[in-house]
Design a protein around this ligand. Structure first.
Ligand code: UD1
Length: 418
């Protein structure tokens, strides 16, 4: 099994280009089921994307990935379509459940493996199913599969989500694309990735409008046969490298971004004393001499993202005084804490809140991560720690970070995969 070796305490400088967003690409790939020919640009070459492409191929679409140009071309000729997402393809990547909406919308039936729980929580799909039922689908759960049917097609309806879910909003949007009549989705997730999906669906012929947390879908009058779309940048990757720069950077420039999308994250880092020069399409992170304590709570967008919580915690270990993080999205997302403690961090957890007593000096250790963002927080800890850190189970990192070692090495980090 592969490991990452990091020799910490090396000051970093250089430029990092941010990749396309994994979490925007996944629902857009699912949306290609609704289309005929799609060309997607700025695709991140990460494992979750290859898993989704495998799923689309299994369903019967043809896919072509140009690794040099980060482009995917997908064709759906509506022949030999299997309306099935099997367990082996959904279990490693929960976003597989996003093919439920488009299969049901276009082919009127779908059988999708239940994704099950994962390290960060139970992660149910009840909100996805609630929306599809409101749109007229008949749904039953049998042998670990969601079996859904809409014999006469889906109908527009009003759906009010009892709580905010990114995946459920996306599945509902995808399902409502071909529905007859108007659909109103209330209390929706309005993450930039959801907005990128809407941009794509509108290019495809959809008539979708966002007003606050309400999304109005007026159905598709005419499908556009060929669509080209450039996926939005990965704001979590951006935040991760900004935190790396705040920890050990001398001068790091992150580019290929839109800084207005991460206003809240920029505000939090500035409050912590991180030395930032923010431009429209790039951010320069200069040496930050004194990191200040801060209290944050993870929230749906535009709040502070849960996907950046573990990384920010590493920066908090450098701050003077007590910082607090309340994790309000997932019930079990402090799996990185025991590992950070083994490296010398002083962190206490009570219910949903972690208190980070800083500053503490981190020391390299052999560590192991249990999910994607926890893994990358250990990379950040390794960069700032004394001596050598060995990170096990790095397949988690490969699910979501494109060219992680290369990007860090270009900035002079001492990091190696063995
Ligand atoms: C997406 C992101 C993930 C991010 C998360 C929250 C993708 C591929 N993944 O995951 O990186 O951490 O948003 O920003 O985009 N819930 C229910 N019932 C449901 C669905 C969700 O109770 O049917 C709960 C979840 O358990 C969780 C909360 O709602 O507590 C938010 O989850 P959700 O927004 O759905 O996350 P994902 O779409 O799975």
């Amino acid at each position: 099994m592969q490991k990452l070796l990091i020799n910490g305490k090396k000051e970093l400088s250089g430029t990092i280009s941010i990749s396309g967003s994994k979490n925007a690409t996944l629902p857009i790939l699912a949306a290609s089921i609704l289309s005929h020919q799609v060309k997607l640009k700025n695709i991140p070459l990460v494992k979750d994307i290859s898993t989704m492409l495998e799923l689309l191929k299994f369903i019967g679409l043809s896919t072509y990935l140009d690794k040099k140009k980060n482009i995917i071309k997908i064709t759906n000729i509506d022949k030999n379509i299997k309306t099935l997402a099997p367990y082996n393809l959904v279990k490693t990547m929960r976003a597989g459940v996003l093919v439920l909406g488009p299969l049901l919308a276009k082919y009127k039936k779908a059988k999708i493996s239940l994704p099950g729980g994962c390290a960060i929580g139970t992660r149910p799909v009840n909100l996805h199913l609630l929306a599809l039922k409101k749109l007229g689908a008949k749904i039953k759960i049998k042998n670990g599969y969601i079996i859904a049917e809409a014999k006469n097609g889906l109908r527009g309806a009003k759906v009010k989500f009892p709580s905010i879910s990114v995946g459920a909003t996306e599945n509902a949007l995808l399902a409502a694309f071909y529905a007859k009549g108007k659909t109103i989705l209330q209390n929706c997730a309005i993450e930039p990735e959801v907005k990128d999906l809407i941009k794509f669906l509108n290019k495809l012929g959809g008539r979708i409008k966002v007003v606050g947390r309400t999304i109005l879908i007026f159905g598709c009058k005419k499908i556009i046969k060929r669509v080209i779309h450039e996926v939005i940048f990965d704001r979590i990757e951006l935040g991760t490298y900004m935190i790396a720069a705040a920890l050990v950077g001398k001068r790091i420039i992150v580019n290929k971004i839109e800084s207005k999308v991460i206003k809240n994250e920029i505000d939090v880092l500035k409050k912590m004393g991180v030395n930032l020069k923010v431009k429209k399409k790039s951010i320069e992170v200069l040496k930050s001499t004194k990191i200040k304590k801060v209290n944050i709570s993870t929230k749906p967008y535009p709040g502070f993202p849960t996907d950046l919580q573990a990384q920010l915690m590493v920066l908090m270990t450098r701050a003077d005084g007590k910082s607090k993080i309340t994790e309000s999205i997932f019930e079990n997302r402090f799996m990185h804490v025991p590992e950070l403690k083994r490296m010398g961090a002083n962190i206490e957890i009570k219910n949903k809140t972690a208190t980070i007593n800083g500053p503490s000096k981190l020391n390299g250790a052999e560590v192991m991560a249990t999910d994607l963002r926890a893994s990358v927080s250990l990379v950040l800890a390794g960069l700032v720690a004394d001596n050598r850190t060995v990170i096990n189970r790095i397949y988690h990192l490969d699910r979501g970070y494109e060219l992680l070692e290369k990007k860090l090495k270009n900035c002079k980090a001492r990091i190696k995969r063995i």
